[in-house]
Structure formats: C-alpha cells, structure tokens
Design a protein around this ligand. Structure first.
Ligand code: 5GP
Length: 251
C-alpha cells in the first residue's frame, strides 16, 4: 500500500496530503490534552466521536450556506477537507461566562452574557495562545480588515446555528472556538470554517442538570469523556446505533 505524506501532526489530529490537489485528509486521534499539553491522556474512541460530530456540524453549516472546509467523511477516523491557509487566530464566541473569561473578569460561570462576545487569541502554543485585539491583528498583518469583517460574520452565524441545534436536544452552548481558513479559487480568496467543531472545542452544558458534556470533563476530572461525548452524539442522532432522545419541551 502506498505511504501517505504527513503534512502536520497536532495535539488531536494528523493532516495527510489528500488524493486530489487542494485536498487534505484529516485524521482524528484519541489523544486528549489540556492546559497547553501539560495534562495528557489517550481516551479510546474520542477520535471516532469527534470525526462524526465535526462531520455533523460542518455538513449542517454547508447546508445553510456557511462555507466550511469539509468535503466528506472517509471512514471512522478520517475526513476529506479542502486545503486552506489557516488564519493564525482562535476565534472564540461566548454566550455564557465560563473558563478564562470567568477567571479574567471575575464573572460566575454560567452567567448569561448581555450579547455574544467574540474574542481572538493568537495561535502560538509556545506563548499559550494569548488573547489579542483587532489592533494586534491589523498591525502584525495576520488578517486584513475585510477578512476580520468576514471572520466576525462567520463566527456569529456559526454561533446561531450551533446554539439552535444544541438547544433542540437540551444542551446549552456556553462557548466555542473555531478556526478560519483562506481558500483560493483562481485569483479570488474566500474564508471558510476550518479545523473541527466538536466537544473538544465547545462548552456544552445539559440545560436541565448543568452536566458538562465537553472537554472540561477531562480538564476538570469530572468523569468519563467518552460518556459525555457519546451523550452529545446520541442526542444529535449521530451515533449509528443511536436513537434520538425525546425532544426537550421548553416552556
Ligand atoms: P477558554 O478561553 O475559556 O479557555 O475557552 C473558550 C472556548 O474555546 C472553550 O469552549 C474551549 O474549549 C475553546 N478553546 C480555547 N482554546 C482552545 C484550544 O486551544 N483548543 C481547543 N480545542 N479548544 C479551545
């Protein structure tokens, strides 16, 4: 069998050269890391769940006209995506206070924010992905003003979509992180949602019980990560053997 060319290996995924020019195979690993890889473990089945969940969210976004890099799922752990140039920013959208926002501003976790708040972090593991402003982004040339207008609009559309999908299965979308890539069609560039959307990159709380169904289960030692991710997949009807839950009635 021909050996594939590895392009990049990150903490949770490996990227291989795809079968056609302009494509990449994204392989989801079982590795879990937190606190800039100071905490590490291998969680059996996590990669399979994230591959399916990211496929589910990216397909939905494509269907409502929010462009993503996703082309198709290839197998249990791999998906074919468009190759793109990643803007070196983590784009974070928050609906409720949690995590670093709660710590930074002293706001109790779970407090509803007056409106969605979008933050940008510079993607640099050695620096611990520091929070940056649009001033830094413009001054250091990481993205143009036009790009940033498009990034903001994509981030808010993803937020509306994910919040609605989650609400329908009794889950509150507290916050999430996305990455945005540039794809080139001839002389034109457009921005697409890239990387992955999964419980690794979102905070998801059960509406009734407040149970954490995301990577905080691993970060904060709250129990089984695969149980939490499987619960999200089961409610969304993503697991092959899963029966969707009864819809949650909201007054
Ligand atoms: P916080 O800034 O509160 O730590 O994170 C905000 C949101 O972005 C959370 O949903 C968190 O999971 C996500 N997030 C922030 N940084 C990263 C990262 O480096 N990797 C992943 N997968 N998610 C991140």
């Amino acid at each position: 069998m021909a050996r594939r060319k590895k392009i990049y290996e990150g903490k949770a995924k490996i990227l291989y050269e795809g079968p056609e020019p302009g494509t990449i195979v994204q392989y989801f690993k079982d590795d879990a890391t937190a606190f800039n890889a100071q905490k590490k473990d291998v969680i059996e089945g996590k990669g399979v769940l994230n591959n399916r969940l990211s496929e589910f969210f990216m397909t939905g976004l494509n269907q409502i006209g929010v462009p993503t890099h996703f082309l198709k799922r290839l197998n249990m752990r791999e998906q074919l995506v468009r190759s793109c140039e990643i803007i070196p920013l983590e784009v974070i959208v928050r609906n409720f206070a949690a995590g670093s926002l709660s710590k930074r501003l002293g706001i109790d976790e779970g407090t509803q924010l007056p409106r969605p708040i979008v933050e940008y972090c510079y993607k640099d593991d050695a620096l611990g992905d520091p929070l940056v402003t649009e001033e830094h982004i413009a001054a250091f040339g990481w993205a143009s003003q036009q790009d940033m207008d498009d990034v903001l609009s994509l981030a808010l559309r993803v937020n509306d979509f994910l919040s609605g999908v989650m609400l329908a299965v009794g889950i509150r979308l507290i916050d999430f992180k996305i990455e945005i890539g540039r794809v080139y069609d001839g002389d034109f560039q457009r921005l697409v949602v890239a990387d992955e959307i999964s419980p690794d990159s979102c905070r998801l709380w059960d509406i009734e019980t407040g149970r954490h169904l995301d990577k905080d289960v691993f970060r904060r030692d709250l129990g089984s990560l695969t149980d939490a991710y499987s619960e999200v997949a089961r409610r969304l009807g993503v697991l092959p053997q899963a029966a969707p839950t009864k819809p949650t009635l909201i007054n």
